[in-house]
Design a protein around this ligand. Sequence first.
Ligand code: ACO
Length: 358
Amino acid sequence: MSAYDRGVLRSKILGLGSYVPERVVTNEEIAYLDERHVRHETKRTETTDEWIRARTGIEQRRYVPNDESTTCSDLAKWASERALADAGCSASEVDCIILATLSPDIHFPGTAVFLQSRLGIDGEGGCPCFDIRQQCSGFLYALQMADNFVRGGQYKRVLVVGSELHSHSLDYSTRGRDVMVLFGDAAGAVVVGPTETDDPREGILYTKLGADGSGAMDLHLKVFDSKKMPHIQYNEKWGVPETMYPQMNGKKVFLNAVRAMNLSTRAALEATGLTWNDVDWFVPHQANLRINEAVVHYGEIPPEKVLNSIQLYGNTTAATIPLTLDHHRKEGRVKKGDLVVSSVFGAGFTWGAAVFRV
Ligand code: ACO
């Protein structure tokens, strides 16, 4: 009798994949770009490579082609196909999609249904599709749902995706420089399914999430405001809706991120009874290298076990965790079955930690 039949189901990550667009935008180049990502002779934004590297650790990021050909669900599709191939399963076996993004294709419907169509598994009998709107914490929020869906016996092949097309909604001017330099485009995905083992140190061991709505407006992007009539307001000076760019109280986000990621990482170790000797890798959300260095310092985490990728990709929000894992797997560091502790923090405020074998 299989674990599935006995009702002692555990879930595991069956496959991992990621996708980044080809265009590399360096810190030097970003100062010269306009909102269509065209490089000008003179600077559009007062910023420097030194400032961005010193304050964030970011050296470059990836952007989709500037021909309006690419959507968030395209990035999601390309990452999903790689995760499915890695899992050795076909798209037709997926019985649930959970997609995390803060940069959806359109306001509604959610982006997971567009991904379903792009994967060619739409139509009558199509699987359920969920959108998760928890920003930088979105991937772990989605992973917790997938873990519980699988352990509850509801679904057997859950496609969990974090996908972001940030570069079309940033303010390419000195006014928006604090946020604009941080973000990049990318997607990452995993396939979650049941495992035969009931060993508590296999598969997905632990997930815990949290949120504090009092921080909601410290990092937000309105686009529209439903109390206004009409719900999108134009700013005469800017010539665009005044609500179309992200707004951030950077210092408050920074301090809360360090605190929440430190506490949630400690709680994960305590709940699972693991020490850093048992763990192969710590994979924090990639918002700012200084945030991660502080979490590693306060958490007394062995630096050689920490995986970052922000230097190359910037903050790719819901995609950072699978992207960072896949990047370091391609580099030959991460191996199948390695034990990972991950912690995240994002707009909302939202946060979480998870322990899983990759
Ligand atoms: N280039 C040059 N100067 C800049 C830039 C830039 N890109 N951005 C801001 N500055 C200036 C500011 O205007 C300010 O100038 P002033 O002193 O003349 O007023 C100066 O640099 C210092 O600004 P600070 O905001 O104090 O800089 P700080 O060290 O706090 O770094 C940063 C800013 C990088 C944004 C930091 O606060 C941060 O990373 N915060 C957290 C971001 C984050 O974690 N986001 C969460 C995830 S995102 C999500 O969930 C969607």
